[in-house]
Design a protein around this ligand. Structure first.
Ligand code: GLY
Length: 295
């Protein structure tokens, strides 16, 4: 039984309950019965209850100018806080690209059955969609893709490995995507062919003490390595204090991302990149990429 908060919950609004009692507890919590409601704005007065889907998740992100669609490289997030996909859901603890679960056949089905009907449907209804459309998918053992969610944005941390692999200038991509705003005949996105680094990119999120619950802010970060073309530490929940010291200032703090020839090398390089980084209470998963490694 899947219980979802009907509202924004920073990736933490989903409970996969294995018993009825667990589902009831999740609903009571989300509706604020007896316990504290997770929403800061008090709007979380509805929940959605769905059948659990089995399979492997993947993120399928496209850019659209309202008519044409370009698929970005595929990716896979790791939503649970703990190794082996255990513990509570988070906004994402690491990702890699490409996602081998999205075979060429699955890719074609996702475009034909999910992405194109959505983009064309919105255009037909007079509300063409311009921007990044992110379909969160569950792909079953037979390669049948189902949509878990749509986001009107890139994914975090999927963006970090995807952009490490993108060789086309992102600015050009954005210019082509917006050329048709207000005048659909000016669409130029079909002229663009995205170029990708053939290597695998893998990113490991370093999260703050307490995440995904109440996080502690203000821990000093040391050992940040210099970036290079094929290894970069992306900052998310960080800030500089007056003396130039980098401090934690959010749940997901950094994402150490590296390219490698194959998933194993990308994983090894990403973990080497984060090894010197230190802040008190830092948490990260040791198994980012485990699904791809098992294939
Ligand atoms: N990584 C999941 C998301 O960005 O929604």
């Amino acid at each position: 039984i899947v219980v979802k908060a009907d509202g924004l919950a920073a990736g933490k609004g989903v409970v996969v309950a294995s018993t009825l009692a667990e589902a009831h507890r999740a609903i009571d919590h989300m509706l604020g019965v007896g316990a504290q409601a997770p929403s800061a704005d008090g709007q979380m007065a509805r929940v959605v209850i769905e059948q659990v889907l089995e399979g492997e998740e993947a993120s399928f992100i496209v850019i659209s100018d309202g008519r044409q669609v370009l698929a970005l490289a595929t990716s896979q997030d790791h939503k649970r806080i703990g190794d082996g996909d255990t513990g509570p859901n988070t906004g994402g603890m690491g990702a890699y690209s490409p996602a081998p679960v999205v075979t060429p056949n699955v890719h074609a089905r996702v475009m034909q059955e999910i992405i194109l009907p959505t983009i064309h449907g919105m255009a037909r209804e007079g509300t063409p969609f311009t921007g990044f459309l992110y379909a969160g998918l569950m792909i079953d053992a037979q390669g049948h893709p189902r949509t878990l969610e749509f986001n009107a944005r890139l994914g975090d941390p999927e963006t970090q490995p995807i952009l490490m692999r993108l060789k086309t200038d992102l600015f050009d991509v954005l210019m082509h995507a917006t050329a048709a705003v207000g005048s659909p005949d000016a669409s130029t996105l079909d002229l663009l062919e995205l170029q990708w680094d053939r290597r695998v990119a893998l990113g490991v999120v370093l999260a703050a003490y307490g995440y995904p619950g109440d996080v502690r802010l203000g821990d000093a970060i040391s050992g940040l390595p210099a970036g290079s073309d094929d290894a970069m530490v992306f900052h998310a929940g960080t800030r500089l204090d007056g003396a130039g010291q980098v401090l934690t200032s959010g749940g997901r703090v950094l994402c150490a991302t590296a390219l490698g020839d194959g998933i194993r090398l990308a994983q090894q390089r990403a973990y080497e990149l984060l090894a010197p980084i230190h802040f008190d209470g830092a948490q990260y998963r040791r198994d980012i990429g485990h699904h791809a490694l098992k294939r």
